[in-house]
Design a protein around this ligand. Sequence first.
Ligand SMILES: Cc1cc2nc3c(=O)[nH]c(=O)nc-3n(C[C@H](O)[C@H](O)[C@H](O)COP(=O)(O)O)c2cc1C
Length: 331
Amino acid sequence: MLPKAARDYYRSGADDEMTLKRNRNAYQRLLIRPFCLRDVSQINTKTSFKLGETAFEIPFPVGIAPTAFHRMANDEGEKATVRGACKEKTIMICSSLSTTALEDVAKASSGEAVLWFQLYIYKDRKVTQDLIARAVKSGFKAIVLTVDTPIFGRRRADERNAFQLPYMKFANFMEYAKDLTVTPGVTTGSSGLWEYANNLFDASINWKDLEWLVKVSPLPIIVKGVMRADDTFKAIQFGASGVIVSNHGGRQLDYAAGTIEVLPEVVRAADGRIPVFVDGGVRSGTTFSRRSRSALKRSSWAARCSGDSPSRAAKESATSSTSSNPSLSIP
Ligand SMILES: Cc1cc2nc3c(=O)[nH]c(=O)nc-3n(C[C@H](O)[C@H](O)[C@H](O)COP(=O)(O)O)c2cc1C
């Protein structure tokens, strides 16, 4: 059993958790109108796309979204996640707030997973540049800039539990001052993670920072947290190579729309110029088959359930219906 504070951290959303629920409920309103008599004896779930000039191909269009602190769920933590991603030859986005250093995640990979690194921009820009340089050196293939977290969401469960990480560290920041490696000590009524993020993340980030990042990063930049057509235009204008439609799983701005509700406008705005990914509320292959060509699914629960193959649960739920649902419905 996970300790309550860890379980609540993984499962909870911001404020009233309306968006957390909306991400899932919005799918229930989408129904499939199946085609028939289409020869589905051969089904291919492979998908390919480009980020700038770099081409990617994965065997099925589901990857692993970035989530912090995998070692709270499983001793092997992010190493287990990357092994799972390798087995399925898919994408793992390693969080800035991982409990395994990004170099060790890369070392634990057999090379078969596609590794992307998720970035929060800290007030100290040197930290950001160092992280990018380390990601490049370790073989990561893209930077995922999370833009929905300039200010950390209020998660009431974390505040009730005085959530902090007393027994593990932010493994990517070991060479920096102590305030970057541990959550501040807090008492009931506040969250150590909330304090950490709001002390250190740069709340002033704006489109100029994306432009800066695109200049300093040799890797393509994907912007995670885009929910509108006008922001999609801007992301392209300022140099993004891809966008992820995401509301952080309802953990940031409560009462934001469900991601599937805004996906069509973002896809229309992107108009094929950059790939569009989406996350939020994906819990099974049937959810997945009703959305775009690519989805990102979180892995922490799966890590807990599946030991060293955390992406297996993600894949099993996705591919069982990825292969059966298209067989029953694709044009
Ligand atoms: C426990 C947990 C930790 C997360 N940590 C991060 C993170 O470190 N960086 C990030 O960009 N997104 C983070 N996210 C958001 C996910 O990447 C993703 O956007 C979200 O989980 C998708 O919604 P879903 O939980 O309904 O699948 C986290 C989500 C969860 C549930």
